[in-house]
Design a protein around this ligand. Structure first.
Ligand SMILES: C[S@@+](CC[C@H](N)C(=O)[O-])C[C@H]1O[C@@H](n2cnc3c(N)ncnc32)[C@H](O)[C@@H]1O
Length: 215
């Protein structure tokens, strides 16, 4: 049936138990020393970065959250381009957070229980971190909760249709474009998504989407 095909998850979501969360944290703590796969900088010409800089441009002196920031490479570029902004990075892995640049707020915590008040940020983003959050509904609700009315959410993550193209740990989930739009629409009134390439002169190959939402 069309409906089942549309919503069929590419991988059944496991329960987010304390043991699974501990294993995810440990896996990223161990991976933090791997500079090749987890770099602490990113080329500013990459469209993922430019998309983010453009999306948050309406609040250049705003308060921003990089949720699942890893080593804070997106947060660092945002801080460079918007020096009057207050940029905060949250990650499950303390070892990843050690690489976050001075001047950026650092917080150990989970996307599924953000330790911030409602409406604390002008914008929040999650770049390739939602795929590890396991309880996706809750993580999306949290991202939207901590953004103020009129504030902006950006998610860059992978396309469920391409699942299997890369090796993934057992908890990782990729996303159906329309299903994730639907989750964002529960909390935000303007939602859109589009395929995303790394480079301006290269057509998107279907691996990444960007989801953009205004609360
Ligand atoms: C692939 S890395 C991406 C890091 C960063 N967003 C970037 O693009 O450079 C995924 C990150 O998500 C973090 N992560 C995984 N599960 C998380 C959770 N439940 N809450 C917060 N961070 C989480 C990992 O520790 C890791 O740093």
């Amino acid at each position: 049936m069309f409906w089942n095909r549309f919503f069929r998850p590419k991988r059944a979501a496991p329960d987010l138990t304390p043991d699974l969360e501990r294993r995810i944290r440990q896996s990223f703590d161990e991976a933090a020393g791997d500079a090749e796969h987890f770099p602490d900088t990113i080329d500013e010409r990459i469209l993922h970065v430019r998309m983010l800089l453009d999306w948050i441009a309406p609040a250049p002196a705003g308060r921003f959250l990089d949720a699942g920031c890893g080593k804070g490479r997106f947060a660092a570029v945002v801080r460079k381009h918007y020096p009057d902004a207050s940029v905060h990075g949250l990650d499950l892995s303390v070892e990843m957070l050690r690489y976050v640049q001075p001047g950026i707020g650092r917080c150990a915590g989970s996307l599924t229980a953000l330790p911030y008040r409602d409406g604390a940020f002008d914008a929040a983003w999650a770049t390739e971190s939602l795929e590890h959050a396991v309880d996706i509904e809750r993580a999306v609700a949290e991202l939207c909760r901590v953004v103020k009315p009129g504030g902006r959410v950006l998610i860059i993550d992978k396309n469920a249709e391409q699942f299997g193209r890369l090796d993934t740990p057992e908890w990782e989930q990729w996303f159906d474009r329309r299903a994730l739009e639907g989750l964002l629409r529960r909390h935000c009134h303007e939602v859109e998504s589009k395929p995303l390439s790394y480079w301006e002169d290269v057509e998107p190959d279907g691996l990444f989407f960007v989801w953009l939402a205004v609360k």
